[in-house]
Design a protein. Structure first.
Length: 150
């Protein structure tokens, strides 16, 4: 029984690692483009997107094109009878750009703009209230960036 559990856990981890790799490959150029425009490291943009969207597999990512867990208006109730507090985007690029704009409005932004140390960014974003569980969120995003070699 224990072998079956371990095998299932390894398969799940391998599938997760594959989906993260595929996600990075798909959105790396967008993250690099926005990194150049906003001065936020691409590793931070991708790491948060992977974490918040389950590498694009979450309900919000699929139904709303929301890869960052940003709260706002959507048309899901009207269109599909589904209630959601998360913002809807026309496409994924709009979600990425909105995330960068949300970060640009934070107090720490001007101090960190152009800083390449992703740990400083994740720490500042966490302390600015991006998540309701900041320390756990920070740890998970940093682990995602490390594990995905961003």
């Amino acid at each position: 029984m224990r072998r079956i559990f371990l095998a299932a856990a390894l398969l799940c981890f391998a599938a997760s690692a594959f989906s993260q790799t595929a996600y990075v490959k798909k959105y790396k150029h967008l993250a690099l483009e926005l990194s150049g425009e906003y001065g936020i490291p691409a590793s931070v943009i991708l790491g948060i997107a992977i974490h918040e969207s389950g590498a694009g597999s979450s309900r919000n990512a699929k139904l709303l094109n929301n890869h960052f867990g940003i709260v706002g208006k959507n048309k899901l109730l009207k269109e599909k009878g589904i209630r959601s507090a998360y913002k809807q985007y026309d496409d994924v690029k709009d979600s990425y750009k909105d995330f960068c704009n949300v970060i640009r409005r934070k107090r720490f932004y001007e101090t960190l703009r152009g800083e390449s140390d992703y740990r400083k960014w994740v720490d500042a974003i966490s302390k600015a209230g991006y998540s309701v569980i900041p320390e756990t969120w920070k740890h998970r995003v940093l682990e995602t960036i490390r594990r995905s070699e961003l």
